[in-house]
Design a protein around this ligand. Structure first.
Ligand code: UT7
Length: 311
């Protein structure tokens, strides 16, 4: 028995902000944003909707998809850089909403958070501590975005994804993972004193292009697989040019790579899960497909998982 995803769900806020929204407010253009990032639109939550609200909505869908209830969950792991408050954690807020008192914690690994969350959850299942673990990747990045800074404002969006992890059979589930960090790059992407995202975009870009490819190749090797065994790549959605570099590194055709950055922008810890749900809904991922999920982000951090899809 392996550890796999038996149910998954997502939620994005209703209101769509196109690039024109920024054209009207900043010295930027739809053309620049599309060609440099691949982003066409993103969603921002309203003032009434906080990170935990997004997380709860994605959780409801994941539980339904897994055909279990919150009472079956032994541990809630939430990956977020934008909790409602530092504490109580979003994980505790989810537990409270559903009326359960299970183990609950938030983890912080920026845009790699969902991968770190899945790997953390899988350890508790593999050592038989818990039967089902809920992993949520959620961000309300609009809370920490400086809407006067054209270098960052155009990049981010809000959203949530949730996955239920459990034992799965037939060789399915997580085959290998690769996690890492390099604190020397912390200065390239951080929350500044004004509590806004601050970024040296070009430095993060260079790191991302190198690290996404390296980590994706390594995780396949760890699973005893070749690049051509990968049926579908689900990368962190920060910039279409970074995704394209990872695609080329794995030698994959474009129809085998998830791209949702055009619709949601960079939703940090939510982006890989959001993309995964989108591809499943479109029927692009089938049972027994070999997936590579790969992320990178502030820290600097990175992480990838090779996964044989199916319950
Ligand atoms: O999830 C992890 C978090 N972040 C990332 O993954 C981001 C990684 N980095 C990137 O995606 C890219 O570096 C950016 C999209 C942020 C920037 O693209 P770039 O091709 O690296 O541009 P650049 O920063 O080198 O800037 C090129 C020019 C600059 O003008 P000058 O100095 O050449 O005159 C910028 O001031 O583009 C200018 N610029 C803009 N122009 C119009 C920067 N932002 C904008 C903008 N509109 N929004």
């Amino acid at each position: 028995m392996g550890t796999g995803i038996i149910g998954i769900g997502r939620y994005v806020p209703e209101t769509v902000y196109t690039n024109e929204y920024f054209e009207q407010r900043l010295d930027t253009s739809d053309e620049w944003i599309r060609t440099r990032t691949g982003i066409e639109e993103r969603r921002f939550a309203s003032d009434e909707e906080n990170t935990s609200d997004l997380a709860i909505k994605a959780t409801e869908k994941a539980l339904k998809n897994a055909n279990i209830t919150m009472n079956d969950i032994g541990l809630i792991v939430v990956a977020t850089a934008t909790p409602d408050q530092v504490f109580p954690t979003v994980a505790c807020q989810i537990g409270e909403h559903f009326g359960v008192k299970c183990a609950a914690m938030d983890i912080s690994a920026a845009c790699s958070g969902f991968i770190y969350g899945l790997v953390t959850a899988s350890q508790y299942i593999e050592n038989n501590t818990y039967e089902h673990v809920l992993v949520v990747g959620v961000e309300k990045l609009s809370k920490i975005t400086n809407f006067e800074d054209r270098n960052t404002a155009i990049l981010f969006g809000d959203g949530a994804c949730a996955a239920v992890l459990s034992k799965v059979s037939d060789g399915r589930g997580i085959l290998s993972f690769d996690l890492g960090s390099d604190g020397s790059g912390g200065e390239f992407l951080f929350l500044n004193d004004e509590q806004f995202i601050d970024m040296k975009g070009r430095e993060v870009f260079k790191f991302a292009v190198r690290q996404m490819g390296d980590s994706a190749v390594q995780v396949l090797e760890k699973a005893g697989l070749q690049k051509e065994d990968c049926d579908f790549l689900v990368p962190h959605q920060a910039n279409i040019r970074i995704i394209e570099a990872a695609r080329e590194r794995l030698g994959l055709p474009s129809e085998k790579v998830s791209i949702t950055v055009n619709k949601y922008g960079n939703t940090s810890a939510a982006s890989i899960g959001l993309s995964l749900v989108e591809e499943l809904e479109q029927g692009k991922i089938k049972d027994d497909d070999i997936l590579v999920l790969v992320g990178f982000g502030g820290g600097l951090t990175w992480g990838s998982i090779a996964l044989k899809w199916g319950k």
